[in-house]
Design a protein around this ligand. Structure first.
Ligand code: GLN
Length: 495
């Protein structure tokens, strides 16, 4: 009954379970043991729910494993409501919060037989690009512990990148799945806005938030997606668009395709050479597979960051108003005056970056500035979406970098919020346009003699995820970067 869980894939574990080579309980036990061994070095999990996971696994074994993910251990980001354990959004504000219900996406995974083993660390309320804004300690990159895993879903990226679990859920508002996936060497997939229900996902910016999977392979990303996709009556923004029956058929030929190369994304000299090399290799792989490469124009790209940081903070300031110590969240004891209670509870409960976002958002929504900032940002968002609409008349998918470089050192950008925000330059446009986008391992930068992963990103037409994942598989097959693993030997971890 011993099946290797380290760096396993969902498909691999599923096969072993179906063949009777292992049980849900044995896999869960082995996964918990691996997390116990590695998590102290990486801080990928904020909370492990071992007892509940084992109980669930035993129940699955007893009932007979059925369902597409039956018996597969998974992790979920700490902002997804779950009846087991706490849902803290890695914030002091929600440190003790126990949700009375489970998010639809997680519920669908569980209905398919997945076993949730824990909640992964994140930037507080999903605000950040490095996981350094977590109230309970930093998360480290599996390839180099002195570096960040990216964010905000850094814990999920680290858990999959270090081979602790074969799959984890993240949420992506402006890049929080794709960016950490690139920096940790995993696949990270943000489906079309509305594809996966947001019910039970603690809201950051509701018009942008989207749940998606971190996996080691494109096939596994498709497997999890096929379980989670689809309309949910509990989320009015979830899309009533048919899900392709053959979403999981990633080996299928994507057909004759044209791949767009946005000229605005070639920021001269801005990228690490390893990133440019990865995109170059991806272009060659597509050409070798018979695709036509076409230059596309996305003229409003340069306004992406500014637009995103107006829209996202505006929505965040409204969404986070509920955490006032009365409706929800940390309450400062011994305060009688209501306004003082709000102010003290929020000052104690929220970290610095969350407070900065709330203030920015409140400012751009204030009566005197609403038109100048928020309204204008909505108009520019429309233009950015229009750029993509035009581009997708000529091409089937767009190829670009996920980030400008590999993982940076812990602390390198914490004093400079703007430098941190600029991390999202290649990821926010697809978010603003609501388009599906996937980051997959694209190669490695060599830094101080160590390999650090870089990603390549593919952006697709709305609801065209099946083709997008097949195209991602073309790249994955051509290079197999996902087979390279970080060195997690005791000697490296001691260093
Ligand atoms: N890094 C971006 C931000 O800080 C994106 C976060 C996200 O996608 N949740 O807002």
């Amino acid at each position: 009954m011993s099946v290797e869980v380290a760096f396993a894939t969902v498909a691999g574990l599923r096969g072993a379970l179906r063949a009777g080579e292992t049980s849900a309980e044995a896999l869960t036990q082995a996964t918990l043991a691996r997390i116990a061994e590695l998590n102290p070095h990486f801080g990928a999990f904020r909370e492990v729910i071992g007892d509940q996971a084992l109980a669930r696994a035993r129940g699955l074994d007893a009932a007979g494993l059925s369902g597409p993910l039956a018996g597969v251990p998974v992790a979920i980001k700490d902002c997804m409501c779950h009846v087991d354990g706490t849902t803290a959004c890695s914030s002091k504000m929600l440190e003790a919060y126990r949700s009375p219900f489970t998010a639809t996406a997680v519920e669908r995974l569980e209905a398919a037989g997945a076993v949730v083993v824990g909640k992964t660390a994140m930037d507080e309320f999903a605000m950040g690009s490095s996981c350094e804004n977590c109230a309970f300690g930093v998360t480290r990159n599996p390839w180099d512990r002195t570096r960040v895993p990216g964010g905000s879903s850094g814990g999920s990226a680290c858990a999959v990148g270090a081979g602790m679990v074969s799959a984890a859920l993240g949420s992506d508002t402006g890049g929080s799945i794709r960016q950490p996936a690139a920096l940790c060497g995993t696949v990270g997939f943000k489906p079309t806005y509305g594809r996966i229900s947001r019910w039970g996902l603690v809201a950051f910016a509701s018009s942008l938030d989207q749940i998606g999977p971190f996996t080691r392979t494109v096939e596994d990303a498709a497997l999890l997606s096929s379980v989670m996709f689809g309309k949910d009556p509990l989320d009015s923004t979830s899309a009533d668009v048919a899900v392709d029956d053959d979403l999981t058929q990633v080996e299928r030929d994507p057909g004759v395709v044209r791949i767009g190369l946005p000229k605005q994304y070639r920021l001269a000299g801005a990228n690490d050479p390893a990133v440019d090399a990865a995109v170059e290799r991806a272009q060659q792989a597509f050409e070798a597979a018979g695709a036509e490469l076409v230059e596309v124009d996305l003229p409003h790209t340069e306004y992406g960051i500014a637009t995103y940081y107006v829209v996202a903070t505006a929505e965040a300031s409204s969404n986070l108003a509920r955490f006032d110590g009365v409706h929800y969240g940390h309450r400062t004891p011994g305060v009688d005056d209501l306004v003082e209670l709000y102010s003290k509870s929020r000052s104690e409960g929220f970290g610095e970056e969350v407070q900065r976002r709330i203030m920015l958002g409140t400012y751009v929504l204030s009566a005197g500035y609403y038109d100048a900032y928020y309204n204008r940002a909505l108009k520019v968002r429309r233009l950015i979406r229009g750029d993509f609409d035009t581009a997708f008349e000529a091409v089937d998918a767009i190829l670009c970098p996920t980030t400008t470089g590999p993982a940076f050192e812990i602390g390198a950008k914490t004093d400079d919020p703007l430098a941190m925000y600029l991390n999202d330059v290649y990821t926010v446009p697809a978010s603003l346009a609501g388009l599906p986008a996937v980051s997959l391992p694209g190669g490695f930068a060599e830094v101080d003699g160590k390999p650090l992963p870089v990603g390549v990103q593919l952006i697709g037409r709305a609801f065209d995820e099946a083709r997008l994942l097949r195209l991602a598989r073309v790249l994955e097959r051509s290079a197999e970067h996902h087979k390279t693993r970080p060195d997690l030997t005791a000697a490296t971890l001691a260093g």
